[in-house]
Ligand binder design. Structure first.
Ligand code: PEP
Ligand code: MG
Length: 588
């Protein structure tokens, strides 16, 4: 029977395919007692499952090493060593010997190990719980014959619409991107990292479906629309036809976008709005450079850490940054220092926290790990020799952090000079305005010339201003960037920046959405950094409006008591300015 599941459109595009569920979670294991004479066969079944799991892990490790890199493959080496632990084999065999079925014996042993690791004093040991969980799922999927728990089986089906609870870094590196047509997850919102990753990989995606993994059984035909966030299960012939028509329309819009490539990003009253691209993976750089973007407004370097057990070294980082800089010729490339922690890619060796969004992440973590930070700063300074690199600091709340980061930047430069590497001393240092503290106290950064630019990170600014978790699907309707508090903070940042003669950009999701971009231009923002796919769309908005209209709309939005009323003010005016708004209507 046909059904529509509605989530949040996270990465545009339409896919027609077959649902494949990936339940990367420990299954319920029924307690099963076996008779004495079944014990030898059960022992054999356990040993076989271990052998197959090892074989699969070796295979994944080799594939990841050849396709992604040695460090990424290291995660699987850790899991292999867990499987090779003689204590594990002995412990589970003892339990089987007590007439417990193999899957239950393994389950009991792994639950106890995970609890022991989770209680460990050392954060390094606690971090291993994730690997233990992966091993737990992998072996149980074999013992219980659960093919929807095995990433490698899923990829045998062409045109897979992968439906999973969430996409963790270790799952992501295991997936063969070629066989996956689209992604749908229970968790996540437009600004959570699974959504950002899907956009980077150019895969249509819906997030925040909440119950898709329980509503679906796997094997259903489906149409996934990454723009509207609708997953149509068991679609009718007309649905499929309609989706093909949508694909044709998208192709036409793409063509129109290509026509815009060579045109300037200028309003009808002659004001330039610079459009830059957000780049998450170095491999995206060349394509992003062809999007018509005037440089990179945000490179999220934490994606270099994706799914790895160790941090990338200076040389590897340097090569990644240089690749992006060279792809963009002499155009500005804003590279943000590691924003790790919170929902951002926890990496091995760092503790998990009860309240990660307010925790030890981003600039806080970098300042407390000066070696790690200096390594990145050296790589950035070396890349700066190849173009117009600008360094940006995430999650700044106080000037002290900027000054401490500047001191480390100077130390990094000195280290390079000692090695005989000549370093530019004029690399601009900017801050992300993504906390209410930074926006309200923006003047503290400009007073003594400590920073050279601002970039407003609206994803976090909205989260921290409205106290709404950006990744929580249950709160997505409360994540309202047009709330008067957010608009006022943006306005204040622009005024302070302008007063000090600094560039003020917006690099959060808001900048990529037509209605919001219109509002931002009205608030005085003259630089937007958007996903490469959105450059043409936003350029179309810029070229269709006047700053005067945008300012009038922003004034009305600012005066509105709620986000919904602000939206109406903006929408009415944008529709008048852009009669062909129908083309972009669903994204408004
Ligand atoms: C933001 O917070 O708006 C931002 C651009 O950074 P990220 O989404 O990586 O947190
Ligand atoms: Mg942020």
């Amino acid at each position: 029977m046909k059904r529509k599941l509605v989530g949040i459109g996270a990465s545009p595009g339409i896919a027609v395919g077959t649902v494949q569920l990936l339940r990367w979670e420990v299954p319920d294991v029924p307690h099963r007692i076996i008779p004495d004479d079944a014990i030898p066969a059960e022992q054999l079944r356990f040993r076989n499952a271990l052998a197959v799991a090892k074989e699969r892990l070796r295979h994944i490790s080799e594939r990841v090493e050849s396709k992604v890199g040695k460090e990424e493959a290291a995660i699987f080496e850790v899991q292999l060593s867990i499987l090779g632990d003689p204590d594990l084999t002995r412990g589970v065999q003892d339990l089987i010997h007590q007439n417990i079925a193999a899957e239950k014996a393994f389950d009991i042993w792994m639950i106890e190990s995970r609890q022991r690791f989770a209680r460990a004093a050392s954060p390094m040991v606690r971090e291993r719980v994730g690997d233990l969980t992966d091993v737990h799922i992998r072996v149980l999927s074999l013992l219980m014959d659960l093919s929807d728990h095995a990433p490698e089986d899923i990829q045998k089906v062409p045109n897979t619409i992968l439906v999973t609870h969430d996409l963790t870094p270790s799952l992501t590196v295991q997936l063969d991107r070629k066989s996956i047509a689209a992604i749908a997850t229970d968790a996540g919102t437009r600004t959570s990292h699974v959504a950002i990753l899907a956009r980077s990989l150019n895969l249509p995606a819906i997030v925040g479906l909440r119950t898709a993994t329980t509503d679906l059984r796997g094997g259903e035909k489906a149409v996934l629309d990454g723009s509207t966030g609708v997953l149509t299960v068991n679609p009718s012939h007309e649905d499929i036809e309609w989706s093909r028509e949508r694909e044709r329309q998208d192709a036409l819009a793409e063509e129109e976008n290509r026509r815009l490539l060579s045109l300037e990003s200028i309003t009808t009253d002659g004001i330039c709005v610079t459009l830059r691209a957000n780049v998450d993976l170095p491999e995206e750089a060349e394509l992003a450079a062809q999007s018509g973007a005037e440089g990179v407004g945000l490179m999220r370097t934490e994606f270099l850490v994706l799914g790895r057990a160790t941090m990338p070294d200076e040389e590897e980082q340097y090569r990644a940054y240089k690749r992006v800089v060279e792809a963009f010729g002499g155009k500005p490339v804003v590279i943000r220092t590691f924003d790790i922690g919170g929902d951002k890619l926890p990496i091995g060796g760092f503790p998990t926290e009860p309240n990660p969004f307010l925790g030890w992440r981003a600039i806080r973590m970098c300042l407390d790990q000066p070696d790690l930070f200096r390594t990145q700063l050296r790589a950035l300074l070396r890349a700066a020799a190849h173009g117009d690199v600008r360094i940006m600091l995430p999650l700044i709340v106080t000037l002290d952090e900027v000054r401490a980061a500047r001191a480390l930047l100077e130390e990094a430069a000195l280290q390079l000079e000692r090695r005989g590497v000549s370093v530019r001393t004029d690399v601009p240092l900017g801050v992300m305005i993504e906390t209410p503290a930074a926006a309200v106290a923006a003047d503290t950064f400009t007073r003594d010339g400590d920073v050279q630019f601002f970039s407003i990170g609206t994803n976090d600014l909205v989260q921290y201003t409205l106290a709404v978790d950006r990744g929580n699907a249950n709160l997505s309707s409360r994540f309202t960037p047009l709330h008067p508090a957010v608009l006022r903070l943006i306005q204040r940042t622009v005024q302070v920046g302008e007063g000090a003669g600094l560039e003020v950009a917006v690099c959060g999701e808001m900048a990529s959405q037509p209605l919001m971009a219109f509002a931002l231009i009205g608030l005085g923002v003259r630089q937007l950094s958007v996903s490469p796919r959105s450059v043409s769309l936003v350029k179309r908005i810029v070229r269709s409006i006047s700053v005067a209209t945008a300012e009038e709309a922003a004034t009305a939005a600012l005066a509105s008591p709620t986000a919904e009323l602000a939206r109406r003010e903006l929408h009415g005016r944008l529709r008048t300015a852009l009669p062909e708004l129908g083309l972009v209507e669903e994204e408004v």
